[in-house]
Design a protein around this ligand. Structure first.
Ligand code: TXA
Ligand code: MG
Length: 340
C-alpha cells in the first residue's frame, strides 16, 4: 500500500473522512501528537490499529469526538465530569469514564471504562465531524517508539501500512494528553500532560506516581506497564544542581569518547555545553517548558537518525507541562538516572 502524506485542506479532510467510513486506518494530526485513527465502532478497523502499531491488545485506546454532546452516546457522565469538560474541552485532556454498551471491548481492553477526548486541533475535529464518527486513535508510532509530532514521523514508522496521513504541521503541544480517571469519586491523573494537577486542583485531583505496574495486578492505566518512547540510544538523565550537572557531564563525555561511543547531549539551555566533539541537541529554552515539551519526541527520533549510542540529558525544569516532559524523558531513559 502506498502511504500518501497530504496537507490538511478541504480535500484531504473529505478523503480522510471517506477512508474512516470505509473501515480504513489513517494518520491524523492533533494538538498533542499524531493519532492513528479508525472508526471506534468498527471492530475490524479497531483490530487493525493494534496490528499496525504492534500494540498489545490489553492496552486500551482513546475515543476522539468532534462535538461535546457526543460524549453522552459513549459514556456515563456526572455533573462534575461536565464541569471539567467545560473547562478543558476541546483540548489535551482525556477523561476516563464509565462506558456505555456501544463501545466495543476491543477499545477498552475489556475494562468497564472508556477514555474520551475532544481534540482542540481544528483539522482533527473537521475529520471526525465530516466522517460523523467517533474515532479511536492511539499515538501513530510503532509501539514502544517516541510518539510522532510531525507527519514525517508517522511515515517513518508506518510507511506502506496506511493509505493516508493528513499533514497538519508540527503538533503544538508535542506530548500526549493528560489522562484523568473520573470513573470513581476521587479523580486521578493516570498520565501527566499539558493540563496539570494544579489546573485540576479545584476538583480534588490526585496524581498517580506509579512508574510501572506489575504484570500481575490489573493496572488502572494499562499502558503504564509497557516500555515507552525508547530510542535505540541509551539515555542518561542527570539530576541535581545545574552547575554540578554540567561539570559532571563534561567529565563523563571524556570517558564515553575514550570508549569511542557516538555521543549526544540534549540540553534545554544556551551555551552551557558548547563542544564540537559531541552532538548537541538544543531542545528549546530553560525558561520555556512548552518549547521543551514540543521538541522532545522529535529530538529522540533524531538521535536514532544520527546513530547516537548514548545521550546525556540534564533534567528539565519540572514546572507546568515540564512535569509531563520529565515523565516521558525518564521513560525514554528507562529510569537511568545519575544523581550529582
Ligand atoms: O494525546 C493523546 O492522548 C494521543 C492523541 C492521538 O490523542 N493519543 C494517545 O493514545 O496518546 P495512546 O493510545 O498512545 O495512549 C492512551 C493512554 C494509554 O496509556 C492507555 O492505557 C490509556 O490512555 N487508557 C485508554 N483507555 C483507558 C481506560 N479505559 N482506563 C485507563 N487508561 C486508559
Ligand atoms: Mg502512545
Amino acid at each position: 500500500m502506498k502511504t500518501n502524506i497530504k496537507k490538511a485542506n478541504q480535500n484531504s479532510i473529505k478523503e480522510a473522512a471517506a477512508l474512516l467510513n470505509a473501515g480504513e486506518v489513517i494518520g491524523i494530526p492533533t494538538e498533542t501528537v499524531y493519532g492513528l485513527g479508525a472508526n471506534a465502532l468498527d471492530i475490524l478497523a479497531v483490530r487493525r490499529i493494534f496490528e499496525i502499531k504492534g500494540r498489545p491488545m490489553d492496552n486500551p485506546l482513546i475515543v476522539h469526538i468532534g462535538k461535546r454532546e457526543d460524549v453522552f452516546k459513549y459514556a456515563h457522565v456526572t455533573a462534575r465530569d461536565e464541569d471539567i469538560m467545560d473547562a478543558f474541552w476541546p483540548g489535551p485532556l482525556t477523561l476516563v469514564l464509565k462506558k456505555k454498551d456501544v463501545i466495543p471491548a476491543e477499545i477498552t481492553a475489556g475494562l468497564d471504562t472508556v477514555a474520551i477526548r475532544m481534540p482542540e486541533n481544528p483539522t482533527a475535529r473537521a475529520i471526525i465531524n465530516e466522517a460523523g464518527l467517533a474515532v479511536a486513535a492511539p499515538s501513530a508510532n510503532i509501539s514502544g517508539k517516541p510518539s510522532p509530532t510531525r507527519a514525517e514521523h508517522v511515515k517513518a514508522d508506518l510507511d506502506g501500512k496506511i493509505a493516508l496521513i493528513v499533514d497538519g504541521g508540527a503538533a503544538e503541544v508535542g506530548l500526549e494528553s493528560t489522562v484523568l480517571d473520573l470513573s470513581s469519586d476521587k479523580p486521578v491523573i493516570l498520565r501527566p500532560g499539558k493540563v496539570t494537577a494544579s489546573d485540576l486542583a479545584r476538583w480534588g485531583v490526585v496524581e498517580n506516581d506509579a512508574k510501572y505496574v506489575s504484570e500481575k495486578e490489573a493496572p488502572k492505566s494499562p499502558g503504564m506497564k509497557y516500555k515507552h518512547y525508547a530510542p535505540n540510544a541509551q539515555i542518561v538523565v542527570y539530576k541535581g544542581e545545574r552547575e554540578k550537572i554540567i561539570a559532571e557531564i563534561n567529565q563523563d563525555i571524556e570517558e564515553y569518547l575514550f570508549n569511542s561511543s557516538r555521543l549526544g547531549v540534549i540540553i534545554d539551555g544556551e551555551g552551557e555545553l558548547d563542544r564540537s566533539d559531541v552532538h548537541i541537541y538544543k531542545i528549546g529554552s530553560l525558561e520555556d517548558e512548552e518549547s521543551v515539551a514540543k521538541n522532545l519526541f522529535a529530538v529522540l527520533r533524531q538521535l536514532d537518525e544520527d546513530g547516537i549510542d548514548v545521550a546525556l540529558v540534564p533534567e528539565f525544569r519540572a514546572q507546568g507541562i515540564g512535569k509531563a516532559t520529565m515523565n516521558r524523558l525518564l521513560k525514554a531513559a528507562n529510569y537511568n538516572i545519575k544523581e550529582v
